[in-house]
Every structure is written in structure tokens, then in C-alpha cells.
Design a protein around this ligand. Structure first.
Ligand code: UTP
Length: 406
């Protein structure tokens, strides 16, 4: 791409300001800027909705397998799940491409030390749970770890330094998710430097398309992997490739499944598994209409009660059919350091948006989903914030309750 072509492209998308400092740059930086512009997928700017609340369709509560029902068939589910893991039909996908801005650390979130008297990283907490399953099944599932351009090197290094936490190293594969430009509140792409647009990880929804395009994605076909257990890095009690969950999903015949917990209160900040216009959907806490958010049944229990914990099992065959569908971009209102009037500004309040695709949109595309209830105290200890709700302190308390030495 040359300057003229860049100008034409930017004009078409109303982004000509990206060349505002072009004449002041040296030749190398001029080239870098043109190359960066050529790399941006501007189509992500089409159809963005700046409305805070998306218009939610007709909602109905979703059913889920409740704890008591799971207990009744535990043995049967577990047998089927363990067999699938033992045969290598199940792999795990760790979503570790986020920036963890709320936690406020300048390193991959999984490297955060949640230990008190001895070092214990978030990654280690999760790897221990996966290793326990691998030992029972007598086979280590492939583990794909999605990182971002920002944290890939540090993440890979951390796993190496820690000898993969005892996991089989050749079963661990890293891949980098794609980026999207960050924009101002009026839709203009922000500049990180006068010759560099701000590019940030494009949300956790693109994990399968990024995996398919990565070199390690070939393993899926080569090894006939049928199920992918995708999970977030920010839950230190995350149970991965849980045989009971895997078995229940396989026996359900549905396209995917989601672990859920009963919401602690109407205000709890978790997405809720619902039916939207007849299809399974996860409605984010900030999208849930007030009426449904607070609706209770005759016993005073929340009707829309099943909160998701970012632990899903997807059938690979289904994913292959849907992953090329374009997922919508959501606008995450964040603080984005950027150039204003030729100078770098680090804002104290959110000043723009990061563009993110979400895994919850894949659930909708999958068309059917089994809700699978788990015990909150045993499986849900989110680490989102440094202090207060869903924080390091609350997660430590829950780890201790589960007998983890800190
Ligand atoms: P969050 O939505 O909590 O985002 O991620 P975050 O970036 O980690 O944290 P904040 O909002 O900046 O504080 C939920 C999960 O999705 C992953 C995260 O790593 C986490 O496991 N994620 C998020 C990605 O893998 N890529 C992304 O672009 C965003």
C-alpha cells in the first residue's frame, strides 16, 4: 500500500486523522504507519452500535441440569466423560488474551501471585485441577492457550520457567489472538504514537477462528478432537475437562454446554443463560432488563437465575460450521492511552472503546446449549478486581475453603 491508497482507504472509513502527523515522521516511521493502516480490518467499524443497551429479544428463562439431577446420574456422566478424555477426544482452550485492566497488573493475569506464604500463580491453580483429571483419565488432554500480541512472550516464558506446572510440555500449545483498533467515543481510531494506531486484543469471541488459523490448530483434525472445553483465566477454582460435565454434555446430544451457578443476587455481574427469541443466549448483566433481572417465582427465587462462569464445552463439528459467521463487535468503554494534540495522554477516566467479540455470541450461533449447574463455592472464584467484590481477597478465601494451601 502506498500513501495515496492509504488516503483513499481512510477517506472511505472517515479515518483520515490517522495521517495527521504523517509529514512530521521520518521515512521509517512513515512506512510503519502505512503498513499498520494496511493491516487494519476496517470492516470492524461497520455496524457498530454505540447504544449502551442492545435491544434484547423476547426473553424466557433457560433450563439447566440442576445439582440434584446431576447427582442422580453422576456415575453415568462421569464414566462417559472420563472415557472421552482418556481417548483424547477432549481438549482444553484457555482464554488468556485479556489485559486485566481492572486487576491493574502490568503482566499476564495468569501470572498473578495469589499465594500468601508461598508463590501460587493463577495459572498454577488451574493447571493443578487439569492435571488431576489427566491423572484419573490416564491421558493428558491437549491444552491450547490463547494469548495476545501484548502478553504472548511473557506467558510462554512463565510456563517454561515453571516447567509447565508438571503438565506434559508437548501437550501445551500457545497461539495469539487477533487485534482490533481502539476508537474514541465518536468512532475515530486512536493513535498510540504519532505513527501507530492503538491495537488491542479483539475480545474472547474469536478464540476458535484464531485457533483454526494458527499452526497448532492443525492438531484438532490430526488428533480427531471432538470437544473443546474453553475457559477463562480469571477463575482460580476453574475445573477443566471435568468428566461429569463432559459426560452430561455428550449424552445431551446438544451443540454446546455452559457451566452455571445460581446468581447470588439480582445485581451480580455475571451473564445469564436465557432463551432469547427461542434460542439459547447469554444476556450480559448490563443488558438484562430490570423486570427480568429481579423477577422471582412463588418461592422468592430468581427466575433468571443461572449465571455463566466462562467455562463452556463446544462440539468441534458444530464450531466448524459456524466459526466463519461474523461475530458482532461489542464496545468496551475503557481507559485508552493515546495521542492528543501531538502528545501522549494517559486518561484517568474511560475515554474510548476497545472492540471485542464475545464467546457468548458463539453460544447463540451454536443453536443449542446445556446449562450445567455447579456449586459456586467449589468452582467459582473470579479474580476481576484488586480489592472488594470478585477480588484477590475473595478468591483467596474461596481457595482456602477448598483446602488449597496459600
Ligand atoms: P474479561 O472480560 O474480564 O477482560 O476477560 P480482561 O481483559 O481479562 O479484564 P479487564 O476487563 O481488562 O479488567 C474474560 C476472559 O476472556 C479473556 C480474558 O483473558 C479472560 O480469561 N479475554 C478477554 C481474551 O482472551 N481476549 C480478550 O481480548 C479479552
Amino acid at each position: 500500500m502506498d500513501l495515496k491508497e492509504a488516503q483513499a482507504l481512510l477517506k472511505a472509513y472517515n479515518q483520515e486523522h490517522l495521517l495527521e502527523y504523517y509529514d512530521l515522521l521520518d521515512d521509517d516511521k512513515k512506512q510503519e504507519l502505512i503498513a499498520a493502516i494496511a493491516d487494519i480490518d476496517f470492516s470492524v467499524l461497520e455496524n457498530l452500535s454505540f447504544d449502551k443497551e442492545r435491544s434484547v429479544g423476547k426473553l424466557a428463562p433457560a433450563d439447566a441440569l440442576a445439582l440434584e439431577e446431576i447427582d442422580k446420574r453422576r456415575g453415568e456422566y462421569e464414566k462417559v466423560g472420563l472415557e472421552a478424555v482418556a481417548k483424547g477426544k477432549v481438549a482444553a482452550v484457555l482464554l488468556a488474551g485479556g489485559q486485566g485492566t481492572r486487576l491493574g497488573i502490568d503482566a499476564p493475569k495468569g501470572t498473578f501471585n495469589i499465594g500468601v506464604n508461598k508463590p501460587l500463580s493463577i495459572f498454577e491453580c488451574q493447571m493443578r485441577n487439569l492435571i488431576a483429571v489427566a491423572k484419573r483419565a490416564g491421558a493428558y488432554p491437549h491444552l491450547f492457550i490463547m494469548t495476545s500480541t501484548i502478553n504472548n512472550a511473557q506467558t510462554v516464558e512463565f510456563f517454561k520457567q515453571n516447567a509447565y506446572f508438571g503438565y506434559e510440555p508437548d501437550k501445551v500449545h500457545f497461539y495469539v489472538q487477533k487485534t482490533a483498533p481502539a476508537i474514541s467515543t465518536d468512532g475515530k481510531i486512536l493513535l498510540e504514537e504519532t505513527h501507530k494506531p492503538v491495537l488491542t486484543p479483539n475480545g474472547n469471541g474469536g478464540w476458535y477462528s484464531s485457533l483454526k488459523e494458527a499452526e497448532c490448530g492443525k492438531i484438532l483434525d490430526k488428533e480427531n478432537i471432538e470437544w473443546l472445553n474453553v475457559y477463562g483465566v480469571d477463575n482460580v477454582l476453574q475445573r477443566i475437562c471435568d468428566p461429569v460435565f463432559v459426560g452430561a454434555t455428550i449424552l445431551s446430544g446438544l451443540a454446546c454446554s455452559s457451566k452455571v451457578v445460581r446468581k447470588a443476587s439480582p445485581e451480580e455481574k455475571v451473564g445469564v443463560l436465557c432463551k432469547e427469541d427461542g434460542l439459547p443466549a447469554i444476556v450480559e448483566y448490563y443488558e438484562m432488563p430490570e423486570k427480568q433481572k429481579t423477577e422471582v417465582d412463588g418461592n422468592g427465587r430468581l427466575v433468571y437465575c443461572f449465571g455463566v462462569i466462562l467455562n463452556y464445552l463446544f462440539g468441534v463439528e458444530k464450531l466448524n460450521g459456524i466459526y466463519k459467521n461474523k461475530l458482532p463487535y461489542h464496545l468496551a468503554n475503557k481507559k485508552v492511552a493515546c495521542i492528543v494534540g501531538g502528545k501522549k495522554v494517559v486518561p484517568e477516566q474511560p475515554n474510548g472503546y476497545k472492540l471485542e467479540t464475545l464467546t457468548v455470541d458463539l453460544v447463540k450461533l451454536a443453536g443449542s446449549c446445556l446449562g450445567f449447574e455447579v456449586e459456586r463455592e467449589r468452582e467459582f472464584a473470579p479474580v476481576k478486581n484488586a480489592t472488594g467484590v470478585d477480588s484477590v481477597e475473595t478468591a483467596r478465601a474461596l481457595l482456602a475453603k477448598n483446602g488449597v494451601e496459600l
